[in-house]
Design a protein around this ligand. Structure first.
Ligand SMILES: [Zn+2]
Length: 176
């Protein structure tokens, strides 16, 4: 008892430090849960039927001539699907969601849309006479996905298995 009395300042500082550590840990847990929830929301949005339809239509684009007219439903669906990827890129860039979680799930799908997405964006830029990229965070995300290697069979197996990504078009999958 006398030790506590004689060292009450040290004990006080120790308790304060423990309090700080507990608070920091709690904040970290809450942030992690927020990032997980944020990822699940954008993931579900990327799986919406119209967004999947937009991705499917995207695969029909090999050159500027293949880009549907700007006022067509097809054009709007493709635009929406790319806007969703752009949103994913924005959230990852801003650290609102975890980069690894996002890329683990979507890296192959992103690689598959890279070429047609760039053609579509070029068509949009020329139609608007604007040099600015319509989806800058998508472009950043495509670059991230191009070199991403997941610690999963799709990237580590000697004979790659089918990608775990969802929403891309079967039989058009490429794997590098
Ligand atoms: Zn992979």
């Amino acid at each position: 008892m006398s030790w506590l009395t004689n060292n009450k300042d040290v004990v006080g500082i120790g308790l304060a430090l423990i309090g700080l550590l507990v608070t920091a840990y709690t904040v970290r847990l809450a942030r992690s849960a927020q990032r997980r929830d944020g990822f699940m929301r954008i993931h579900e949005a990327l799986l919406a039927p119209d967004v999947q339809e937009g991705r499917r239509l995207l695969f029909g684009i090999g050159s500027l001539d293949d880009v549907p007219a700007g006022d067509s439903r097809e054009h709007q669906l493709i635009n929406r699907s790319l806007a969703m990827y752009d949103t994913l890129g924005y959230y990852v860039r801003q650290h609102h969601i975890d980069r690894r979680a996002a890329l683990d799930v979507w890296h192959h799908s992103l690689r598959e849309v890279t070429s047609p997405a760039r053609v579509f964006c070029d068509a949009r830029k020329s139609a608007r006479g604007s040099g600015s990229h319509p989806f800058p965070d998508l472009e950043w995300l495509l670059a991230e996905a191009s070199s991403y290697r997941a610690r999963r069979d799709c990237c580590t197996a000697a004979t790659p298995t089918a990608s775990p990504t969802i929403g891309s078009v079967p039989n058009k999958r490429t794997h590098d």
